[in-house]
Design a protein around this ligand. Structure first.
Ligand code: EPU
Length: 337
């Protein structure tokens, strides 16, 4: 256990918060020992993996940060058509996707290049280009922070939704995911119909892409739109895309006939928050330390030297502007600590 550790390398916004106590977990049993030692009782505890979806609002985290850094990928079973793979929570997500694509396994390719760790992926059911983690998720193992006991969560147990799971709601703070099992297919149709995948492939003269070509195309598309966190701090999409009533959508469409939208199963309509923010005039806005990314308005960025609080203030202003203009209150997908 270390004391007064800078969390700057551990959060993709790059804010220089300090953890009063910090423990790195390299094996699942290290975590069990830590729990059994009682160190997690009577203080704030933050479980940290990639730190890609977190905003440190304050300069000090007055408690214990538990950094999950367990590694390992293994094949649990394999047959002619599919393979079941287990990845430890601390494995890098983009590396895991690259590994699966390299083997010719289908199911996570559209989730290429999403920064983060495997253990965090189910927590918010990461998604991109028409695919979500839940589509290939089989089960995960998680450790109870109160007892150190492990429990298996099936897909049904996880209550997955759009950027949601039981680990973000009812069980928030109760469990740490230690490993995730994926059921991947050795052959499956590719999902090319979302976003600008098709346009990108056409521009690059690729007619029938292979799994690898699709993966590489998604990496290139993401690189063109989203900041490289090694250069500019960010947490990817800062807000969720709001889901509104059809009646409200139809009323808005009269004033904004080009508003992009996606129909939801329950008669609701999802509207891209990036579009709302751009229309509200915030795209590309910046001050010395923070701003709204100029290539994707859904991404708030930290140019360096700022504080988490600067992002909080900016987010509130954007929420207020968007609400005033469209009557829609957008909410963050990033976790505030
Ligand atoms: N748009 C604008 N202006 C902008 C940004 C977007 O008008 O500044 C419009 C686009 O033209 C498009 C629509 O909004 O019509 C949707 O934009 P985009 O395809 O870029 O996707 P998104 O809804 O903004 C979501 C995910 C991303 C994921 C992409 C691709 C959420 C909150 N975000 O973004 O996930 O990569 O789709 O599938 O659902 C993340 O969660 O960190 C993330 C990056």
């Amino acid at each position: 256990m270390k004391t007064n550790v800078s969390l700057k390398p551990y959060n993709s916004f790059g804010f220089d918060a300090v953890a009063k106590q910090f423990a790195e977990i390299n094996e699942a049993h290290d975590l069990q020992n830590l729990i059994k030692s009682g160190a997690l009782k009577s203080q704030n505890v933050l479980i940290l993996s990639g730190g890609n979806n977190i905003l440190f609002q304050n300069e000090v985290f007055d408690g214990l940060v538990v950094y999950i850094n367990t590694k390992g990928i293994e094949i649990l079973r394999e047959c002619e058509n599919e393979v079941m793979v287990r990845a430890q929570a601390g494995e890098d997500w983009p590396d895991f996707v690259r590994f699966c694509v390299g083997k010719g396994w289908h199911g996570v390719e559209n989730l290429a290049h999403i920064p983060g760790k495997v253990g965090a992926a189910p927590v918010q059911n990461i998604g991109a280009y028409g695919m979500e983690l839940k589509d290939s998720f089989e089960q995960c193992e998680a450790m109870d922070l109160a007892t150190g006991e492990t429990k298996v969560f099936t897909k049904e147990d996880c209550h997955f939704g759009y950027r949601e799971s039981i680990f973000k709601s009812e069980l928030k703070g109760r469990y740490v995911i230690t490993s995730v099992d994926f059921l991947l297919k050795k052959d499956a149709p590719l999902h090319l119909e979302y976003g600008n995948i098709k346009a990108y492939l056409e521009q690059n003269g690729i007619e029938n892409p292979t799994l690898q070509q699709l993966h590489d195309a998604i990496c290139a598309i993401r690189d063109a739109k989203l900041p490289d966190v090694k250069q500019i701090g960010s947490a990817g999409s800062f807000f969720k895309n709001p889901v509104i009533e059809k009646a409200q959508f139809e009323a808005l469409l009269k004033d904004y006939p080009t508003m992009p939208h996606y129909d939801e199963p329950n008669g609701m309509v999802k509207v891209p928050a990036g579009w709302l923010i751009e229309q509200a005039g915030w795209k590309g806005w910046r001050d010395e330390h923070v701003g709204v990314y100029d290539k994707q308005a859904l991404v708030l960025v930290h140019y360096g030297g700022g504080k988490g609080h600067d992002i909080v203030e900016l987010a509130h202003k954007i929420q207020d502007y968007v609400e005033k203009k469209f009557g829609i209150r957008i909410s963050p997908e990033v976790n505030f600590v």
